[in-house]
Design a protein around this ligand. Structure first.
Ligand code: PRX
Length: 658
């Protein structure tokens, strides 16, 4: 592949502007854009980094994904979501008209609670239709949603509420994940308490009652904490003035709500992603570019047809759910499945049962789910026909060829293209991806860039490598859906993504390009881990561990895991005089879970009286990774200050995970 020169880039820029301007014509604009379609600076040496798309235009994304479908496209009676609850048989269907009505009602509720354009609203909810209602209601009135995945801890929720300065929290009483009850409101209350302690009192908390009375009262063996004895009306008479009940508020609300017309570059949402310093970054996306990008990638990458039933198994708490459960599919008037439960509950055929039940034609999941189900063999898959399936998608981490083949041959019966979509919270939508039937596939490769995306591979000194090569994956120019800033910290945005190689957006991923020009993601090349498709920073887990009084120092690395991709291996050096016991180990696991959430629970914790360090005191993680995966060949150890620690670390290796 040859290097793109300035005039090529300019020509490409013009062609792409036309491409996007044509697409923009299909959407509703209150006022048209003035000036160029995309304006940007990607070079820190030339001034502040910025990306602006369709400046001068005003629109409303909620209007585009709902009103336009109901009124202009006459899709009011079309199903927007088949909601499938955790428990088989617990289900409901929501049409576009019904969704619009609910969204308008909740938008009015938010307004009555004092939420205005530009205000931030935190949403901490399970996978229920009301989560989509809450996010679109924010978008309708120009408020900025900040959704926090319902698996995060009280501490994580509080940190995100404060960072985004949210005035209101929307949550639910609780939900079941498989047979485990999660008392969400108890965690939310704890988070609000912590916010108050940190002098950030949240003014309002709207609670949806999701659990039935029986569910609330049932005692479940795997519960995190005792089931809550709470019902929504009780909130009103309770002592906590911040609590209000979703249902009571909705009862009196009007189902008409004029959308607030937003500028193209007004913020749409903040979504936190792990940062290598340990503090999560509030990735900010704006209205118009994100709308066009998610709508178009959804349409082309899943080869969307109006009679499709699409199912993305991600949680809306992550970017995949934002872009490819809510905004992208709804912008196209698609019918989707919204699933609350787990792939293994009540049994390992659940996914395929759902595929047959709703005649799912486009299916999008993560390699970790594929590897998990692969363990049970093909029999649970073959119990169901799956004849409706046409396209299979994957996202979140590199997919190993074995899992790819199983997905293609067993799930798709060898007749459905697999679209391996590479992207990030920051990119807003797919950036490297095959287009089904058009791109010859290679198992494990995300193939080629999407329209308008210009990748490059750089070496350590920032030189662009041509042809088959391996190095840092970067992008040379923006596309409409790329993030605009880190909320409240534009400097961090520039430092994280643009300082290392001026002129390029740095993904943080390693990448190989083969002789045919295919891109192969090789994994993170910063201090990030990818556990079950979720990014975690080593610093984040380390700081949770050292907050325990028994821990003097901690170093966390990733080690290969057959299902999760990577697992967390933690080395801890204890404070003098403290003994390493199984009780302490359990406490440390609990500590990380409570600080971050269950996704960060360490798989291995090893007592490390000494850590391998350079003479200047830097921990040599490269060696720790080798020790964690029991690779004796350590390579160059000449910079190691004290080589005796290595032997001891190998001796103390943990052999079994949790
Ligand atoms: O390392 C890449 C990996 O996931 C990271 C982005 O994580 P997050 O922002 O949480 O978003 C995940 C869902 C879009 C990337 O930097 N990743 C994502 N998709 C792929 C992937 N690695 C390889 N192949 C993919 N298809």
């Amino acid at each position: 592949m040859s290097k793109l020169h300035l005039h090529d880039l300019l020509r490409l820029h013009l062609i792409l502007s036309e491409f996007w301007v044509d697409i923009a014509k299909e959407f509703f604009w209150k006022t048209k854009h003035t000036g160029q379609f995309l304006d940007y600076n990607f070079d820190v040496t030339k001034g502040e980094i910025f990306v602006k798309c369709m400046e001068g235009a005003t629109t409303n994304i909620c209007y585009n994904v709902l009103d336009r479908n109901v009124h202009e496209k006459k899709l009011g009676d079309k199903v927007a979501f088949y909601w499938e609850g955790n428990e088989p048989g617990d289900e409901k269907t929501v049409t576009y008209r019904e969704l619009l009505q609910e969204v308008c009602k909740f938008a009015n509720v938010l307004k009555l609670q004092g939420v205005k354009k530009g205000d931030r609203v935190s949403i901490y909810m399970p996978m229920v239709v009301e989560l989509v209602v809450a996010m679109l209601a924010c978008a309708r009135i120009g408020a900025v949603h900040s959704i926090v995945f319902a698996g995060f801890s009280a501490e994580s929720l509080c940190e995100r509420i404060i960072d985004s300065q949210c005035s209101l929290l929307v949550t639910a009483d609780g939900f079941y994940r498989g047979d485990k009850l999660i008392n969400l409101k108890v965690i939310a209350d704890e988070a609000l308490e912590k916010c108050r302690d940190k002098s950030f009192p949240v003014e309002r908390c709207i609670m949806l009652k999701h659990l039935s009375k029986e569910e609330q009262e049932a005692s479940s063996p795997g519960s995190l904490s005792p089931p809550a004895k709470r019902s929504c009306p009780d909130l009103q008479s309770g002592p906590r003035q911040v609590d209000v009940c979703w249902h009571s508020l909705m009862e009196g609300a009007s189902d008409e709500c004029e959308p607030v017309w937003c500028e193209s570059e007004d913020p749409l949402f903040i979504l936190y992603t792990s940062g290598s310093t340990g503090k999560p970054k509030g990735v900010l996306h704006t209205v118009s570019g994100y709308m066009l990008y998610t709508a178009t990638t959804f349409k082309l990458v899943f080869d969307y047809h109006p009679d499709d039933v699409y199912w993305c198994t991600a949680d809306i708490g992550w970017i995949t759910g934002h872009s490819y459960i809510t905004y992208g599919p709804l912008a196209n008037g698609a019918t989707s499945v919204l699933f609350e439960g787990l792939p293994t509950y009540p049994d390992v055929s659940r996914m395929w049962e759902i595929v047959d039940k709703y005649h799912v034609s486009k299916f999008y999941t993560a390699p970790t789910a594929i590897r998990l189900l692969m363990k049970y063999g093909s029999e649970p898959v073959h119990k169901y026909k799956r004849s409706s399936l046409k396209i299979l998608g994957t996202v979140g981490e590199p997919i190993n060829p074995e899992a790819w083949q199983w997905y293609y041959n067993v799930v798709g019966d060898g007749r459905c293209p697999v679209v391996d979509t590479f992207w990030q919270t920051e990119t807003g939508g797919h950036v490297l991806t095959p287009l089904p039937a058009a791109t010859p596939l290679k198992p494990g490769s995300a193939t080629f860039p999407f329209f308008g995306v210009v990748p490059a591979i750089l070496n350590e000194s920032g030189e662009e490598l041509e042809g088959p090569n391996e190095g840092y994956l970067v992008f040379k120019q923006p596309w409409p859906g790329v993030m605009r800033t880190v909320f409240g910290n534009h400097q961090r945005f520039e430092t994280t993504y643009f300082k290392k190689f001026p002129g390029f957006y740095v993904t943080g991923d390693g990448c190989r390009r083969d002789k045919d020009g295919y891109y192969w993601i090789t994994g993170r090349i910063d201090d990030m881990l990818n556990v079950s498709g979720h990014l975690l920073s080593t610093a984040e887990v380390e700081s949770a561990l050292v907050e325990h009084e028994a821990v003097a120092e901690a170093a966390v690395v990733g080690t290969p895991h057959p299902v999760k991709g990577e697992s967390l291996y933690c080395f801890v050096t204890l404070t003098d005089g403290i003994d390493y016991t199984t009780t302490l180990e359990a406490e440390l696991r609990k500590q990380v879970r409570e600080k971050i959430g269950a996704i960060a629970t360490p798989d291995y914790i090893q007592n490390a009286p000494g850590l391998p360090k350079t003479r200047s005191g830097k921990i040599m993680r490269r060696l720790l990774r080798k020790i964690a995966s029991n690779q004796q060949d350590l390579g160059d150890v000449s910079t190691l200050a004290d080589s005796t620690v290595i032997e001891q670390l190998f001796e103390n290796r943990c052999c079994t995970a949790l």
